[in-house]
Design a protein around this ligand. Structure first.
Ligand SMILES: Nc1ncnc2c1ncn2[C@@H]1O[C@H](COP(=O)(O)OP(=O)(O)OP(=O)(O)O)[C@@H](O)[C@H]1O
Ligand SMILES: [Mg+2]
Length: 239
C-alpha cells in the first residue's frame, strides 16, 4: 500500500470533490457516463493514455484527472495516474502521498528505477506517480527521451494512463504530449472557463496535432434541470 502523509491543504484546494463512497449517486453515475464515452473513444487507440488539461488555471484538471482515473480503475482495469504538472503539483496533496521522489526525480535522472517512484495501490488497481520536487525546467523534462521511455513503459504495464497537466493556454506542457498519447480531455468549469479560452486552447491543440477526446464539464448547478438529483451535474461529450 502507498504511504500516507498528513498535510494541510492549500486554501484553494479541496478534497470534497474527490470520488469516494460518500459521493452522491448522481455524481458517481455522471463519471461512469464519462468513462463509458472515454472507453469508446479510446477503443481504436493502441496507447490508452489521456492528457487531462483545461484552458486556464484552477478549472478542476487535477481533481477530475484523479476522479477519471478512480472511475476507470473501478472497471477492473489497471490504471496509472501521472502528475505531470511539475509547476503546481497537487496529486500528492490530494492523496496524502509523499512527494520526495516522483516524476521529476525520474526525468532528472536521480531515480533510475521508475518502479521505486510509483505509489502502488493508492486505490484498488490505481497507482500514482506524483510530480516530485519542482524542477526548474518542466517543459524540457517533458520533451526529453526519458519521458518517452516512461510513457512506453506505462503503456505496456497499465490498461489506462491519466496525465495531469498545467493549463494548455498558459504553458506548453500539456501540448507536448500530443504526439505521444491518445488525446486530450478538456475540463470546463462553469462560471470560470470562457469561450475565448476554449477557442484559444482548441487552436493550440490543432496547431500541435492534438486530438481532443472530449470535454468534462464541472461545477454545473442542477437547479432548474430535469434530473433533480442535487446540485452537481457532470457532462462529457465528443467534440
Ligand atoms: N467538480 C468540481 N466542481 C466544483 N469545483 C471543483 C470541482 N473539482 C475541483 N474543483 C475546485 O476547483 C479548484 C481547482 O481544482 P484543481 O486543483 O483540481 O484545478 P486545476 O485546474 O488542476 O488547478 P491548477 O490550474 O492550479 O492546476 C479547487 O478549489 C477545487 O476544489
Ligand atoms: Mg492542477
Amino acid at each position: 500500500m502507498a504511504k500516507r502523509k498528513s498535510e494541510r491543504l492549500p486554501i484553494s484546494l479541496s478534497r470534497k470533490f474527490i470520488l469516494s463512497d460518500e459521493t452522491q449517486f448522481a455524481i458517481r453515475e455522471a463519471y461512469k457516463a464519462a468513462r463509458t464515452n472515454l472507453i469508446f473513444s479510446l477503443a481504436s487507440s493502441e496507447r490508452k493514455m489521456v492528457v487531462v488539461t483545461s484552458c486556464g488555471p484552477s478549472e478542476g484538471k487535477s481533481t477530475n484527472c484523479l476522479n477519471l482515473a478512480i472511475t476507470m480503475a473501478e472497471t477492473g482495469a489497471s490504471v496509472l495516474l501521472i502528475d505531470c504538472d511539475m509547476r503546481k503539483p497537487v496529486q500528492h496533496t490530494l492523496l496524502r502521498l509523499d512527494n520526495k521522489i516522483g516524476l521529476s526525480s525520474v526525468l532528472g535522472g536521480i531515480v533510475h528505477d521508475i518502479s521505486k517512484a510509483i505509489n502502488r495501490g493508492v486505490r484498488t488497481r490505481l497507482d500514482v506517480l506524483t510530480a516530485g520536487p519542482i524542477p526548474p525546467n518542466p517543459a524540457e523534462l517533458i520533451s526529453g527521451s526519458i519521458m518517452d521511455q516512461l510513457l512506453d513503459l506505462a503503456s505496456r504495464h497499465y490498461d489506462y494512463v491519466f496525465i495531469d497537466t498545467p493549463p494548455a493556454t498558459v504553458v506548453t506542457d500539456a501540448l507536448l504530449f500530443n504526439s505521444r498519447t491518445a488525446g486530450m480531455i478538456f475540463v470546463v468549469k462553469e462560471g470560470n472557463t470562457t469561450h475565448g479560452g476554449i477557442h484559444e486552447a482548441l487552436e493550440k491543440a490543432k496547431m500541435t496535432n492534438g486530438k481532443v477526446l472530449g470535454f468534462l464539464k464541472v461545477n454545473c448547478s442542477a437547479k432548474g434541470g430535469k434530473s433533480g438529483y442535487g446540485s452537481y451535474k457532470y457532462n462529457y461529450s465528443y467534440e
